[in-house]
Write a protein that binds this ligand. Structure first.
Ligand SMILES: [Zn+2]
Ligand SMILES: [Zn+2]
Length: 258
């Protein structure tokens, strides 16, 4: 029997690119909070989309928000607005560049300002906030645009999501100070043969992940996601050659209970 306080996480989309069978980055936490929105409307039937109360974003890159406009449209007419939650540098990009009446309508005013379909909710770095039964704590990471990882907690258990990032002390520090850390979900985008490609936008490759292992709390499993589909075969070989049993690639939809 799952415990009442357990943390349920589904990896709806573990990829940093899109093709049939490869869904963009999206996690579902406790059934009602989405972390990133790359492929929510591909992965979930309408009934499950309607259960989503909030979308928490790591950053505003397209592979993390692609399904957000479509989700919002599907939720039109609901009594409660969908909350989009992130630190202000992420939300301001959405306001300016997405919900600008040119790329997509501004559903903060639709059907009316009093009864909007969506609400943007800024949060502060390093300050825990409660979302349903789960507590999220954002921390800044190091990517080419403002980006955040999250520690996600329920009593006695926590997991950490890195968001898109290069190696950064901020990530190791967040892992080190998290009590009851059960798993780390760590981005891994390109193969080692693409190290130069990975460096400019600030992403990880297998050798950078292996180098970072000693910085992370021992024995905590590290689940790797955000692979670019064209790089996946090489990444798989490089991770296998690293012979690190803690490292596990997430290659499809999976349900975890911590
Ligand atoms: Zn990404
Ligand atoms: Zn990114």
């Amino acid at each position: 029997m799952p415990q009442k306080t357990s943390l349920a996480i589904r990896t709806l989309g573990p990829y940093g690119g899109s093709a049939p069978g490869y869904r963009l980055t999206s996690f579902l936490i406790d059934g009602e909070s989405a972390l990133d929105a790359g492929a929510l409307t591909d992965a979930l039937p309408l009934s499950a989309q309607r259960r989503i109360r909030r979308v928490i974003l790591t950053h505003a890159h397209f592979d993390h928000i692609a399904s957000l406009p479509l989700l919002i449209e599907n939720l039109y007419g609901q009594a409660q607005p969908l909350e989009i939650i992130a630190p202000m540098p992420v939300l301001s990009v959405l306001s300016r560049d997405l919900f600008n009446e040119r790329v997509w309508p501004d559903f903060r005013k639709i059907p009316s300002k009093k009864r909007p379909t969506v609400r943007l909710k800024p949060i502060a770095e390093n300050k825990p906030f409660r979302a349903g039964r789960v507590v999220f704590t954002p921390f800044a990471v190091s990517h080419i645009v403002p980006a955040y990882g999250y520690v996600v907690s329920r009593p006695g258990r926590s997991v950490l999501f890195s968001g898109d990032t290069e190696p950064t002390d901020r990530l190791w520090a967040a892992a080190a100070r998290t009590r009851h850390l059960k798993a780390i979900f760590l981005e891994l985008s390109f193969s080692d043969s693409q190290l130069d490609v990975a460096r400019a936008p600030r992403h990880l490759t297998p050798s950078l992940v292996v180098d970072a292992l000693s910085e992370m709390p021992p024995r905590v499993p590290v689940y790797l996601y955000h692979m670019k589909p064209p790089s996946l075969a090489r990444i798989r070989r490089e991770i296998a050659a690293a012979c690190q049993p803690r490292l596990k690639l997430i290659e499809g939809e999976r349900s975890f209970r911590f």
